[in-house]
Design a protein around this ligand. Structure first.
Ligand code: COA
Length: 214
């Protein structure tokens, strides 16, 4: 299996994968200079798309191992174009509800995350360590829910939303496409598409930061 990325988040994804499977793992990074050829002296780091295509001919499964919704989406599309099959990573310590949970492909659900009942998560979304998605929440595609963030009951997050670490989105709030919620914010009302909200209570500090390249 290929992990797309070979630094920060990829190292955390490695731990989730190692605890749940003994599949042979490869990593991919064609942008960072001076990387060691093997991560932790053990896992080969592929440096070109040609190498990736050769690996996919043997084993097409890949997982996303980097943050940032737009980048995750771009790389997922690039890997699929080479024959890769977008696959989810669910940490063994994550708590996933058993009723009416709909999980898209290519998720990262990291250690101690909570996905409650009656929830939907779209393709490529990252729910980071200790984050909580409560009942009746819908999360779109390629969103990033950062460590410790809490999305309370009945919220709706459209595609490509970023929720920063330890932020709280109060019940039934709707967050528009590409919006960004700052770390530690408490969001008490709906957020327009592309807006940036920070603080307690959350205030819009920028109106269009997230939408330039949607
Ligand atoms: C909200 C956020 C996306 C804004 O990033 P940005 O577009 O680069 O914005 P800036 O840093 O220029 O900040 C804009 C203003 O908001 C303030 N601000 C930014 N983040 C803030 C936060 N989390 N809480 C309170 N104020 C914040 C800045 O001080 C600045 O205020 P000013 O205009 O009065 O100087 C970013 O600060 C953030 O919180 N990202 C989440 C990071 C995170 O949790 N990552 C998890 C990785 S695992």
């Amino acid at each position: 299996m290929l992990v797309v990325g070979a630094r920060g988040h990829a190292i955390e994804v490695l731990e989730c994968l190692r605890q749940s499977s003994d599949a042979q793992l490869f990593f991919f990074d064609d942008v960072t200079p001076d990387l060691e050829p093997q991560l932790f002296g053990r896992y080969p780091v592929l440096r070109s798309l040609d190498e990736v295509a050769r690996l996919f001919a043997q084993d097409p499964a890949f997982v996303l191992g980097l943050g940032g919704g737009k980048l995750r989406k771009l790389l997922a599309q690039k890997m699929a174009g080479l024959g890769g099959v977008l696959t989810s990573v669910i940490a063994p310590t994550a708590q996933i509800g058993r009723y009416e949970v709909s999980l898209g492909p290519g998720l990262n659900v990291m250690h101690h995350a909570l996905i409650s009942n009656a929830t939907q998560l779209g393709e490529g979304t990252l729910v980071n360590a200790g984050a909580a998605i409560h009942h009746n929440v819908t999360v779109g595609e390629y969103c990033e829910i950062s460590p410790g963030a809490r999305i309370l009951g009945g919220c709706q997050l459209h595609d490509l939303v970023l929720v920063g670490a330890n932020a709280t989105v109060l019940p039934r709030v709707v967050v528009g496409e590409g919006a960004r919620i700052g770390a530690g914010a408490v969001v008490i009302q709906d957020v327009p598409a592309g807006a940036t909200v920070v603080g307690v209570p959350g205030r819009v500090v920028r109106r269009n930061a997230g939408t330039e390249s949607l």
